[in-house]
Design a protein around this ligand. Structure first.
Ligand code: HEC
Length: 95
């Protein structure tokens, strides 16, 4: 019985600690032009497969965190690619 309770606690802790980490990108990371250029290329190649390329000004920095966390898995981006696309988008989204 003790084992069952312990594993239930461990399970609950695991689920809680996993929660926020599933959002790979939570803010800016890269500012170097090399990564931003790469982000642009990935964006143009990967994000136009299912719909027209969205205009980067469509979302502010916070909005792109949310949208990309839904779209990056659709585009099968790695965490690194996801980050570079995010950094590219927020480098050009200012109106
Ligand atoms: C596998 C197909 C697919 C790929 C690849 C894809 N999207 Fe989407 N996208 C959709 C679908 C379907 C919708 C409409 C439904 C929805 O909003 O979830 C959408 C909606 C959107 C929207 C409008 C909704 C919003 O939150 O503003 C934006 C912006 C967007 N996608 C950006 C992107 C970006 C950026 C990428 C590249 C990382 C991308 N998408 C890749 C399928 C895709």
């Amino acid at each position: 019985m003790r084992k069952v309770i312990l594993s239930m606690i461990a399970g609950a802790v695991f689920m809680v600690s996993c929660g926020p980490k599933s959002v790979a990108v939570t803010g800016p990371k890269y500012t170097a032009s090399e990564q931003l250029t790469q982000g642009k290329t990935i964006f143009e190649n990967s994000c136009s497969r299912c719909h027209k390329l969205p205009n980067p000004v469509k979302h502010d920095d916070q909005g792109w965190i949310k949208t990309l966390s839904r779209m990056a898995p659709k585009a099968k981006l790695s965490d690194e690619q996801h980050q570079m696309v995010y950094d590219y988008l927020i480098s050009v989204n200012k109106k």
